[in-house]
Design a protein around this ligand. Structure first.
Ligand SMILES: Cc1ncc(COP(=O)(O)O)c(C=O)c1O
Length: 506
C-alpha cells in the first residue's frame, strides 16, 4: 500500500481498535499467574521471570499485604523479612498512611501545578529541618534514591561554580542505577561500563589512609583540591557494614579543611533502621553538608525521596533568581507523595522507630550469632546494627561444584557464583518450606539480609530465627540438591539436559 492517505487511515484504525481488548484494573485483580508470566515474558522481561523463578517466588501472586505479612492469592501467608529492601520500616499498608492518602484523594487536592506554593512541601521541609541536626535545613523532593543522589551531586558541583571536577565514592558504594548515580556505584551488580559522570574516583570504604590518598591524587597545583563532593554511605546496607566513628570524623575534618561538599547517602538507612533516626546521628557533632533519603520516607506507599542541604551550601548554589529552576523534575514535591511522607515521618517519630530497631536488633543479632555458632559448616559470620543484619554463607562446599555444572557458563564466570548459589538455596528454602521472604545484599560477600519492618514484634523475629535454623539444619548438600531439583532445573536455562539429570541424581 503506497497511497499515504490509505496508510494514514489504516494507522488510525489500528490505534482506535486494538487487536486485543486493553486490560483494565479489574482484569489485573483477576489475572491468573500463568497469564501474568506470559505477559511479563512478552512485554516486560523474560530474564526477570527466570530470575524470580530461580528463587521459587515466581509462581505466586500477592493478594494483599499488611504489616509484616503478605497474603498470597491462594491464601498462604508469607512473613516479609526483606522490609521491602528499606522501603517498609512502617510495614505494608500502615493504617495512618492509608488514611492520609484517602483524605488527600477525598479532598481532591490539587497536585499538578508548580504555579502555586505547596503547604505540604513547606511543612515537610520544615519538619526535616526540625528533626535533623545543625543547619541541615533546605530540602528538595524528587522520587527515587538515585535522583536524590544526583541532585545532591549537582548541588555540590554548582556550589563550586563548576570550578572543580572530581567526585569521590567508596569501593563498595551503592547509590543507584541511573547513569549518574550508577557511575558512583561500585557494587558488582552494576558492572556494565556505561558512560557516567566525568571525574569519578574511589577510596576503600572505612579506610582513612585510602581516603587521604584519594584526596592527595586530586590536589591542585596551588595546594587546593579538585574534589567538589564526597558521596558516602555511613552504613552500607548492601554489604551490612558501618564506617567507624574515627573514619567518619576524619572524612568530615578533611572535607571541611578543603571545602569539599560531604554527602551522606542514607536512602536505605533513614527513619530508624539502624537504631538512630539516621545512621550518622549516633555520632555527636557529625554533620554532612547534604543528606539523601528515600525508601521508608514514603512509608511504603509513596515514591518520594529527598536531599536536605546545609543552608549555606544550598544558598551559595541555587538561591538566586537566575538559578532557581536549574534543577527540578516534573514530579518533584508532588502533593500526595509529600502528604504521605509527612505522615510517614510523623509515625516514625511518634512510634519511636529507632527504639523499635534497637529492640528488634538485640534479639535478631543474638539469634543470628547463635545460629552461626551452631551451623559453622554453613555460616561464616554475621554482622549488623539495629534492624539490619546479614548472615554470610560458606561457599566452599563441594556440592556447589556439582551445581555449577547446571548453570549457564556466563553465570559460572561470575566470581560470586558459588556464594550466590548457596545463599539463593537458603532463601529459596526459607520461602518454600517456611513462608519467609528474605533477600541477599548485592555487594561483596552477598550476605543474606534480615531487615524486617520496624513494626515486627517478638513473634515475627522468633518465627524468622526458627525458620532459618531449620533451613540451615538441612546442611549444604541437601539444600543445594533440592535447590537444583525443585527450582533451578525448572527455571534457569541449563547447559544440557544430561548434565542436569546427572547432577541432580548425585
Ligand atoms: C544507599 C542507597 N542509595 C541510593 C539508592 C538508589 O535508590 P533508587 O533505587 O530509589 O534509585 C539505593 C537503593 O537501594 C540505596 O540503597
Amino acid at each position: 500500500m503506497t497511497d499515504p492517505r490509505a496508510q494514514q487511515a489504516q494507522r488510525t484504525r489500528q490505534t482506535r481498535r486494538p487487536r486485543q481488548p486493553l486490560f483494565s484494573v479489574d482484569d489485573c485483580e483477576r489475572m491468573p499467574a500463568r497469564q501474568v508470566h506470559d505477559l511479563y515474558r512478552q512485554y516486560v522481561s523474560r530474564a526477570q521471570v527466570s530470575l524470580l523463578g530461580s528463587f521459587g517466588f515466581g509462581q505466586d501472586l500477592v493478594d494483599h499485604a499488611e504489616g509484616c505479612w503478605i497474603t498470597l492469592r491462594d491464601g498462604r501467608r508469607i512473613l516479609d523479612f526483606t522490609g521491602g529492601i528499606g522501603v517498609l520500616n512502617h510495614g505494608h499498608n500502615h493504617p495512618r498512611l492509608l488514611a492520609a492518602r484517602r483524605r488527600f484523594a477525598d479532598r481532591r487536592v490539587m497536585e499538578v501545578h508548580k504555579n502555586f506554593l505547596s503547604p505540604y512541601v513547606a511543612a515537610l521541609s520544615h519538619n526535616l529541618a526540625r528533626l535533623l541536626p545543625g543547619d541541615l535545613s533546605i530540602s528538595y523532593f524528587p522520587n527515587s534514591g538515585a535522583e536524590a543522589v544526583e541532585g545532591a551531586v549537582k548541588l555540590a558541583y554548582k556550589y563550586h561554580r563548576g570550578h572543580r571536577g572530581t567526585v569521590l565514592h567508596s569501593d563498595i558504594s551503592f547509590h543507584g542505577k541511573l547513569l549518574g548515580a550508577g557511575s558512583l556505584t561500585a557494587s558488582p551488580e552494576v558492572d556494565f561500563p556505561y558512560p557516567g559522570l566525568p571525574g569519578t574516583d574511589h577510596f576503600a570504604y572505612d579506610d582513612p589512609e585510602s581516603f587521604a590518598l584519594a584526596l592527595e591524587r586530586h590536589r591542585t597545583g596551588d595546594g587546593g583540591s579538585d574534589v567538589y563532593a564526597v558521596v558516602l554511605e555511613p552504613f552500607s546496607a548492601s554489604s551490612v557494614r558501618a564506617c567507624s566513628a574515627e573514619f567518619l570524623y576524619e572524612v568530615r575534618r578533611l572535607c571541611t579543611e578543603r571545602d569539599i561538599v560531604l554527602i551522606f547517602d542514607e536512602v536505605y538507612t533513614g527513619w530508624g533502621r539502624t537504631g538512630t533516626l539516621f545512621h550518622f546521628m549516633r555520632h555527636p557533632g557529625l554533620l554532612p553538608d547534604v543528606l539523601t533519603t528515600s525508601k521508608s520516607f514514603g512509608g511504603g506507599k509513596a515514591s518520594i525521596s529527598g536531599y536536605v542541604a546545609r543552608e549555606p551550601v544550598f544558598r551559595a548554589a541555587y538561591d538566586n533568581l537566575a538559578d532557581a529552576t536549574l534543577h527540578s523534575t516534573t514530579y518533584y514535591g508532588f502533593g500526595e507523595e509529600t502528604a504521605t511522607a509527612l505522615e510517614a515521618v510523623a509515625v516514625a517519630v511518634e512510634d519511636d522507630y529507632p527504639a523499635r530497631a534497637v529492640r528488634i536488633g538485640e534479639r535478631l543479632g543474638d539469634g543470628l550469632a547463635d545460629l552461626a555458632a551452631r551451623h559453622r559448616a554453613l555460616v561464616s559470620g554475621t554482622c549488623g546494627q539495629g534492624a539490619l543484619h546479614g548472615l554470610f554463607l560458606n561457599d566452599g562446599n563441594p556440592a556447589l561444584d556439582r551445581l555449577l555444572r547446571l548453570v549457564p557458563s556466563s553465570f559460572v564466570r561470575d566470581p560470586r557464583a558459588r556464594r550466590k548459589l548457596i545463599t539463593a538455596a537458603v532463601i529459596a528454602s526459607l520461602y518454600r518450606d517456611f513462608g519467609v521472604l528474605a533477600y541477599y545484599g548485592s555487594n561483596h560477600g552477598l550476605p543474606l539480609i534480615a531487615s524486617p519492618p520496624l513494626v515486627a514484634g517478638e513473634t515475627e523475629v522468633e518465627l524468622f530465627l526458627q525458620a532459618l535454623d531449620s533451613v540451615l539444619e538441612q546442611g549444604a548438600g541437601r539444600l543445594l540438591a533440592r535447590f537444583a531439583k525443585d527450582v533451578l532445573a525448572q527455571q534457569v536455562p541449563v547447559r544440557g539436559k544430561e548434565a542436569r539429570e546427572q547432577a541432580v541424581a548425585r
